[in-house]
Write a protein of this length. Structure first.
Length: 117
């Protein structure tokens, strides 16, 4: 099983990026999928999660109203649309899949997002 995150890069404050996470090796059509991030020297932070149907989603307080999570079940892919980016959004973003209890079982390799002021 592999989660391949992509779409990170360098963007100016106020800009937008769209991250993608493509899953391979199995389908996650009935699993929650999520995005987390980790900035240098900080703990990993929950960003957003989405139910297997896409009907329910959650977002962390720091990104509410700016970031939107979505998924394409047919493509086994989850997306994170990030708008109005701020310098404090700079981090490595990780996608995760299959919520078991309170933790996710599968993790991607991460993609760097850098927001310059």
């Amino acid at each position: 099983v592999q989660l391949q995150a992509s779409g990170g890069g360098l963007v100016q404050t106020g800009g937008s990026l769209r991250l993608s996470c493509a899953a391979s090796g199995r389908t996650f059509s009935r699993s929650y999928m999520a995005w987390f991030r980790q900035a240098p020297g900080k703990e990993r932070e929950f960003v957003a999660a989405i139910s297997w149907s896409g009907g329910t989603s959650y977002a962390g307080d720091s990104v509410k109203g700016r970031f939107t999570i979505s998924r394409d079940i047919a493509k086994n892919t989850v997306y994170l649309q990030m708008n109005s980016l701020k310098a404090e959004d700079t981090a490595v973003y990780y996608c995760a899949a299959e919520l078991r209890g309170i933790t996710y079982y599968y993790w991607g390799q991460g993609t760097q997002v850098t927001v310059s002021s």
